[in-house]
Design a protein around this ligand. Structure first.
Ligand code: FAD
Ligand code: NAI
Length: 468
């Protein structure tokens, strides 16, 4: 007889593994199915975690190269040891994925290795690498199969010279010239890694701005900062093809609206034009699970598909493709299945770009507020006026708070600066509680901290900051 479960989760990325753990904590008998060797999905294996390991080490290298002398630390010219840097990245990935394995065991979750496909409500088949096939029975199924890189028509990736993010995390030497297609999060983060190590980075972006979706002012200022770090941007431009025949890649570009072709030479091309939901081999058609026009699994606000007993979360459904969004949906669906009121507040999902300086945002941008016809006020404070930032030589950037003009309620916040990804969370908590800029301005902040810049920006929304 087939083994029976309360819940089977297909995919063990941040959506799937968190969902499985929460469901087990709530008393369900849980199975997970994963086709990769290690759990953790894109995020832990080839995404968030390895990219942040490389960003951390290269940021320290950059700091040592540019500021140590001023700080009075004399170490001579630092040198990068690429194999050691890659080992640190691999060790970080292993430590995280084995942590998830441990949590599966701790929570008595059964981990099946192989590709899961849905035979119908309540039935899942697992096909493993050896060709063995096993069927399990389950009361509910959560699809958490994530996403994959979007291909660029006419440009074939080989993960060696023409790479997606996965290949860009594994380069064996620092490229002389790195051409990146797409000025989104992946392009700017991985571009930063290799630029810090000496690569000449050119970013070709279809739109007339970088980081579309982020606040426009943030995008503009950040572009200037990256140009100072050596980035070249070709905005309003598209890549039409890559000739990989010779030792040097020949990249052909055109203005986005069409026009004369230009050729740019590169050693490595990174294609980072977005990600698309991954549902291959899941048996969705056979199971009758509907998808939308972009191939995402369609769900209602309780993550339920059109088929009873089948749910979906994370990158494979609508919404920002972020690990913490997937995690929160994982918790919510587990709680819903346990009869609780699981819920995700999509209005307060932070997003962080882990460059130097970091970019962090939560809530609305100015462009969105204008489009919604909301009357708002803009309050800003620069890190140049923050004591701690001066001591750290981290004066680039600012905190920008958008608050309702009448009620003072905070509607959005945008930070460019050192540790922006940590600083944003006091604004997230404030927004979860429907707080005002004045609430934040009246909260005592320790001195000297970068967080004081957040408080001063909140002060700027009403009576004005002290240090400006
Ligand atoms: P995934 O993490 O994609 O996991 C899905 C899993 O399902 C995979 O392991 C896959 O092998 C498995 N699977 C698929 N089909 C089957 C099947 N039929 N049977 C069995 N298993 C299957 N987000 C952030 O929030 N912060 C970051 O810093 C960040 N950095 C990133 C850096 C890079 C380079 C990339 C590519 C992405 C990054 N992301 C980041 C995005 C983040 O990785 C995703 O949003 C997140 O992983 C989505 O989680 P998920 O659980 O929905 O899917
Ligand atoms: P993205 O959506 O962030 O950026 C893609 C960029 O490519 C956009 O600027 C887009 O206009 C541009 N583009 C699209 N087609 C193009 C074309 N043909 N030619 C030139 N430019 C083109 O996607 P990206 O960077 O690939 O990242 C994928 C996902 O991974 C994102 O949704 C992001 O949320 C997630 N991610 C998150 C990170 C974080 O939270 N720090 C880090 C890395 C990825």
């Amino acid at each position: 007889m087939a083994e029976q479960f309360d819940l089977t989760v297909i995919g063990t990325g941040p959506g799937g593994y968190v969902c499985a753990i929460r469901a087990a904590q709530l008393g369900m008998k849980v199975a997970v199915i994963e086709k990769r060797d290690a759990p953790g999905g894109t995020c832990l294996n080839v995404g968030c975690i390895p990219s942040k390991a490389l960003l951390h080490t290269t940021e320290l290298y950059e700091e040592a190269s540019s500021h140590f002398e001023t700080f009075g630390i004399d170490i001579g010219k630092p040198r990068i040891n690429l194999p050691a840097m890659m080992r640190h990245k691999a060790d970080t990935v292993d430590a995280n994925t084995s942590g998830v394995e441990f949590l599966f065991k701790k929570n008595k979750i059964t981990h099946f290795h192989g590709t899961g496909s849905i035979e119908g409500p309540g039935k899942v088949v697992i096909n493993d690498e050896k060709g063995d096939r096993q069927t399990i029975e389950t009361k509910n199924i959560v699809i958490a199969t994530g996403s994959e890189s979007m291909p660029l028509p006419g440009v074939e990736t080989d993960e060696k010279r023409i790479v997606t993010s996965t290949g860009a995390l594994e380069l064996e030497k620092v490229p002389g010239k790195l051409l990146i297609v797409g000025a989104g999060v992946i392009g700017l983060e991985l571009g930063s890694v290799w630029a810090r190590l000496g690569a000449e980075v050119t970013v070709v972006e279809f739109l007339d701005r970088i980081l579309p979706g982020m606040d426009g002012e943030v995008g503009k200022q950040f572009q200037r900062l990256l140009q100072r770090q050596g980035f070249t941007f070709k905005l309003g431009t598209k890549v039409t093809g890559v000739d990989a025949d010779g030792d040097t890649l020949k990249v052909f570009t055109e203005p986005a609206q069409g026009g004369d072709t230009e050729q740019i030479d590169a050693d490595i091309v990174l294609v980072a034009i977005g990600r698309r939901p991954f549902t291959e081999g899941l048996g969705l058609e056979e199971a009758g699970v509907e998808r939308d026009e972009r191939g995402r699994v369609k769900t209602d606000e309780h993550f339920k598909t059109n088929v009873d007993g089948i749910y979906a979360i994370g990158d494979v459904i609508t919404g920002p493709m972020l690990a913490h969004k997937a995690e929160d949906e994982g918790v919510a669906v587990a709680e819903i299945l346990a009869g609780q009121a699981g819920h995700v507040n999509y209005g307060v999902i932070p997003s962080v770009v882990y460059t130097s300086p970091e970019i962090a945002a939560v809530g609305k941008t100015e462009e969105e507020l204008k489009a919604d016809g909301v009357e708002y006020k803009v309050a800003k404070f620069p890190f140049t006026a923050n004591g701690r930032a001066k001591a750290m030589l981290a004066k680039n950037g600012f905190v920008k708070i958008l608050a309702d003009k009448k009620t003072d309620r905070v509607l959005g916040a945008h930070i460019v600066g050192r540790s922006a990804g940590e600083l944003i969370h006091e604004l997230c908590v404030l927004m979860e509680f429907g707080g005002s800029a004045e609430d934040l301005a009246r909260t005592c902040h320790a001195h000297p901290t970068l967080s004081e810049a957040v408080r001063e920006a909140a002060m700027a929304a009403n009576d004005g900051p002290i240090h400006m």
